[in-house]
Design a protein around this ligand. Sequence first.
Ligand SMILES: Cc1cc2nc3c(=O)[nH]c(=O)nc-3n(C[C@H](O)[C@H](O)[C@H](O)COP(=O)(O)O)c2cc1C
Length: 170
Amino acid sequence: MNVHEAIKERRSVRAYQDKPVPEKVLTKILEAARLAPSARNRQAWKLVVVREAQIRKKLVEAANNQQFVGEAPVVIAAVGLTPNDIMRCDIPTDPVDVAIILDHITLAAVEEGLGTCWIGSFFQDKVREVLGIPSSYKVVELMTLGYPADSPRPKSRKPLNEIVFYEKFI
Ligand SMILES: Cc1cc2nc3c(=O)[nH]c(=O)nc-3n(C[C@H](O)[C@H](O)[C@H](O)COP(=O)(O)O)c2cc1C
């Protein structure tokens, strides 16, 4: 599978088979995250990989009761270690760095026949508490990972001419 195929195939998966992700496959996907670029190559992030059902259940509540968070065999919490770090362009660094690693994960997962879903609807303090994350760090996103139990739907996206300007912002 080439990158473009993986990008086309990736979609949010909100129903998962009750089937574990083999250790080797999981490690391969995490390796894709490890190789991601980061501002000044700081790599100022950690991933908490949750496989235990009891902890995933607690994450359901922390994720605003999104039930599929507990059904996915793996939930990844992506933690930014420098929430106050702002780039010269006046944009926070952690969310940008973490978005890249998570996108690597989504695409590497597609190649392995796995599905993912970004989870931004969660309570920061609750997730920190469940996973024992210090209050000086911030969970940027959660991500579910597992074998899909649903079928793809057509993608709804704006056409290119609505989102791209050439030379100047119009
Ligand atoms: C930053 C971010 C946060 C998101 N949070 C959630 C979420 O909490 N729950 C959910 O079901 N989907 C969530 N999504 C998934 C989006 O709804 C989804 O990506 C979008 O509708 C496009 O659909 P697709 O991923 O199937 O292409 C999130 C996506 C992103 C990028």
